[in-house]
Design a protein around this ligand. Structure first.
Ligand code: B12
Length: 254
C-alpha cells in the first residue's frame, strides 16, 4: 500500500517529475498526441495497441499522449483554426484510444478507497474531462458510480443516497451549465449534510466552488485524486477518533 505522502510523488510522476520519456515510448506518445490533433482515429487506435503490445504504461499514454492532444485541439478551436466538426472527430479519436488503454491501467492501493458519484451537470455534454478524472479515481481503487453527461439534478441526489457515496464529483465545462452546480450542491447537502462535494471543469474556480458551497475544487485530474485521498484519509481518521473516544467513555462508565 502506498503511504499518503508518497501519493504526491506518484501522481506528479505521471505527468512531470517522473522518469523522462525516452526512445520508443517518447515517440509513441508524441504520435498519439499528434494523432488526436490530426483527428486520425485509425492512427490513434494503432498507436494505443502498440503502447500495450510493447509493454509501456497505459496511464502515462493517456496523460502524456491523449490528454495533451485534446488540450491542443482546444487551443486550435479557441484560435478558430478548428471548428465543431474537427472537435467531434478529435473527440472520437481520443475516445478510441482511451477505450483501448483504460483496461490496461494498473491499479495502485492507496488504502483509502470508497464510493464516489461522478457526472457532468444538466445541459452539458462535455465529458472528456470527467472521464479523465474517472480514470484517476479508478487507478486509486475508488468505486466510481458514473452518471455520464447531461445529468439531471435529482439523479445526483438519488445516486448519492442510493450508494451512500462519501464524495460526489460534479463537472461543468460551460458557464451556463456551471451555475446549475449550486442547486445540485444545495439539494445533496439538504438530503445528506455528511456528503462531500468536489467540483471542476474549465470555467470553475476556487472562488466559485466556495460560493456554491462545494467542499473541494481541483483544476485537473491529478489534483482531484490528491484532494480526494486527503479528504478520505481525514474522514477515516476523524471516524476512528470518534470511535476511540466512545470506547474510552464506555470504559469510564464501567
Ligand atoms: C471538445 C469540446 C467540445 C466537444 C465535446 C465532446 C465531449 N464528448 O466532451 C463538442 C464538439 C461536443 C462540444 C460542444 C459544444 N461546445 Co465545446 N469545447 C470543447 C473543447 C474544445 C475542449 C474540452 C476538452 O475536452 N478539453 C480536454 C479535457 C481533458 O480538459 P477539461 O475538459 O478541461 O478537463 C480537465 C479539467 O477541467 C478538470 N475537470 C473536468 N471536469 C472535472 C470534474 C471534477 C470534479 C474535477 C475535480 C476536475 C474536473 O480535469 C480535467 C482533466 O485534467 C472546449 C475548449 C477548451 N479549451 O476547453 C470547448 C468549450 C468547452 N465548448 C464550448 C461551447 C460553447 C460548446 C457548444 C455550445 C458549441 C456549439 N456552438 O454548439 C457545444 C455545447 C454542447 C453542450 N450542450 O454541452 C465553450 C464553452 C464556453 C463557456 N465558457 O461557456 C468552450 C470553452 C470553447 C470556447 N472557448 O468557446 N465542445
Amino acid at each position: 500500500m502506498l503511504k499518503v505522502e508518497n501519493i504526491f510523488i506518484y501522481i506528479n510522476g505521471i505527468r512531470a517529475g517522473g522518469l523522462p520519456l525516452q526512445g520508443r515510448e517518447k515517440e509513441l506518445l508524441s504520435q498519439l498526441k499528434e494523432g488526436v490533433i490530426a483527428c486520425d482515429e485509425e492512427a490513434v487506435v494503432a498507436l494505443s495497441h502498440a503502447v500495450i503490445r510493447e509493454g509501456f504504461d497505459a496511464l502515462r499514454a493517456i496523460f502524456e499522449g491523449l490528454v495533451p492532444g485534446m488540450e491542443h485541439v482546444g487551443n486550435l478551436y479557441e484560435q478558430q483554426e478548428y471548428f465543431i466538426p474537427e472537435l467531434l472527430m478529435a473527440t472520437e479519436a481520443m475516445y478510441a484510444g482511451l477505450n483501448i488503454l483504460r483496461p490496461h491501467v494498473a491499479r495502485v492501493d492507496f488504502g483509502v478507497a470508497g464510493a464516489v458519484v461522478m457526472g457532468v451537470v444538466h445541459g452539458d455534454v462535455h465529458d472528456i474531462g470527467k472521464n479523465i478524472v474517472k480514470v484517476m479515481f479508478e487507478v486509486a481503487g475508488f468505486e466510481v458510480h458514473d452518471l455520464g453527461r447531461d445529468v439531471p439534478l435529482e439523479k445526483f441526489v438519488d445516486e448519492q443516497l442510493h450508494c451512500d457515496a462519501e464524495l460526489v464529483c460534479l463537472s461543468a465545462m460551460m458557464t451556463t451549465t456551471m451555475v446549475g452546480m449550486r442547486n445540485v450542491i444545495r439539494r445533496i447537502k439538504e438530503k445528506n449534510p455528511e456528503a462531500k462535494i468536489m467540483v471542476g471543469g474549465a470555467p470553475v474556480t476556487l472562488d466559485i466552488a466556495d460560493r456554491y458551497g462545494a467542499d473541494c475544487f481541483a483544476e485537473n485530474a491529478g489534483n482531484a485524486l490528491k484532494d480526494a485521498i486527503r479528504m478520505f484519509s481525514m474522514l477515516r481518521q476523524l471516524r476512528q477518533q470518534a470511535m476511540d473516544a466512545e470506547t474510552e467513555a464506555e470504559r469510564g462508565k464501567r
